[in-house]
Design a protein around this ligand. Structure first.
Ligand SMILES: [Zn+2]
Length: 295
C-alpha cells in the first residue's frame, strides 16, 4: 500500500436490490467522502418475483431480467457507486415441503472454488482495502445469499495468494472483511418501541412475534457506522428497484425522522482483519486510514 492509494470499498451482493437494502447509506456516505465504492452483484436476479403490486402485470414479468438490469443502473447512479455483475444465474428461493431441488446451472450449485474466481479477479483489479458481505447464514436463508458469503470468504483469503488463481491478475490482499448486521433484534425492537411511543402502528410487530432469539446476531456487532444523513439516499435507491420494492410497504413504514433518531447507524461484524483497530469501531476503514490517503 502506498501513500497515494485511495480508500476502496467492495460490497458483494447476491441480487440487484440487495445493495440498496443492506449497507446502502454506508456506501453513499463513503462515496461522499471520496472513497471509491464498487458493488459486485453475483446474479442477475432473474428468478425474483414482482413484489410491487402496482407492477404485477404480464408485460412486467416478461421483461423482468432486463428490467432488473435497468433498475440496478438507476440505483447505482443514485448511490454514486460503480457496479459489476459476476454473471451467475439466480437460484430462486425454493419454497414448499419438501423443498424442490435447485434449478440446474444456478449460482448456488456452482462449486465454490469456481464461483469465487470472478470475485478474485475483481479484488485483484479493484484492490479494495475493505470487503463487505453477508454472514455465514446469508443474513437470511436464500441459497444465493449463503453462496455469496462462501465465495466472499474464499476470494478474501485467495486474492492475496500468488499460488491461487494465478491466471487472474496480480495478488491483492484486502485488509478487512465485514458481515452485514442490519437486521438485529435490538434494532428492530428499538424501532418498534419508538413507533408505538409515537402512537403509530408498528410494521415490525409480525417480525418480532416470530423472531427466534437463538438466531439473533446483536451480540456480534463490532462496528456501527453513523450514516443517518444518507438514509434518504438509501430509500431512493431502494425505490429505483421498482419491481422488487413496494413503495407503500414495510420498508418505508417507519418515518425517516424516527429511524434517524432511534438508530442512526448501519451495523457490521468485523469478521477478518489484518490491521489493528480498537473495537467497537464507527468506521470500516479504522486502522487503514493512517496508511492511505483520500484523494
Ligand atoms: Zn437477495
Amino acid at each position: 500500500m502506498t501513500e497515494a492509494d485511495p480508500l476502496r470499498l467492495l460490497a458483494v451482493h447476491a441480487h440487484p436490490d440487495d445493495e440498496s437494502s443492506k449497507g446502502a447509506a454506508t456506501m453513499a456516505k463513503y462515496v461522499a467522502e471520496g472513497v471509491e465504492v464498487l458493488v459486485a452483484t453475483c446474479t442477475g436476479g432473474e428468478r425474483g418475483s414482482v413484489l410491487n403490486p402496482a407492477l404485477d402485470r404480464p408485460e412486467v414479468w416478461e421483461r423482468l431480467p432486463q428490467l432488473r438490469v435497468e433498475e440496478m443502473a438507476r440505483a447505482r447512479e443514485i448511490l454514486g457507486v460503480r457496479q459489476e455483475f459476476l454473471g451467475f444465474v439466480d437460484s430462486g428461493l425454493p419454497e414448499g415441503d419438501p423443498l424442490p431441488p435447485l434449478p440446474e446451472g444456478c449460482f448456488a450449485l456452482v462449486p465454490t472454488e469456481e464461483a469465487a474466481a470472478p470475485l478474485v479477479e475483481i479484488i485483484r483489479r479493484f484492490r479494495p482495502q475493505v470487503v463487505l458481505t453477508y454472514d455465514e447464514r446469508g443474513g437470511y436463508p436464500h441459497p444465493d445469499h449463503i453462496k455469496t458469503h462462501d465465495i466472499s470468504v474464499v476470494a478474501f483469503e485467495a486474492a492475496g495468494d500468488p499460488e491461487r488463481y494465478p491466471e487472474l491478475g496480480e495478488p491483492w490482499q484486502p485488509s478487512k472483511l465485514y458481515y452485514h448486521m442490519g437486521f438485529t433484534l435490538t434494532r428492530m425492537r428499538a424501532l418498534h418501541e419508538a413507533m408505538l411511543e409515537a402512537g403509530a402502528e408498528s410494521p415490525y410487530a409480525e417480525w418480532l412475534a416470530t423472531w427466534d432469539p437463538e438466531r439473533d446476531m446483536s451480540h456480534r456487532v463490532t462496528t456501527r457506522v453513523p450514516c443517518a444523513d444518507y438514509f434518504p439516499v438509501r430509500d431512493a435507491a431502494l425505490i429505483a428497484h421498482a419491481t422488487q420494492i413496494d413503495p407503500t410497504g414495510r420498508w418505508f413504514a417507519c418515518p425517516m425522522d424516527v429511524q434517524q433518531r432511534v438508530w442512526p447507524t448501519e451495523d457490521y461484524e468485523l469478521a477478518r482483519s489484518l490491521v489493528d483497530s480498537t473495537l467497537p469501531e464507527d468506521d470500516l476503514f479504522a486502522g487503514i486510514r493512517s496508511e492511505v490517503t483520500i484523494p
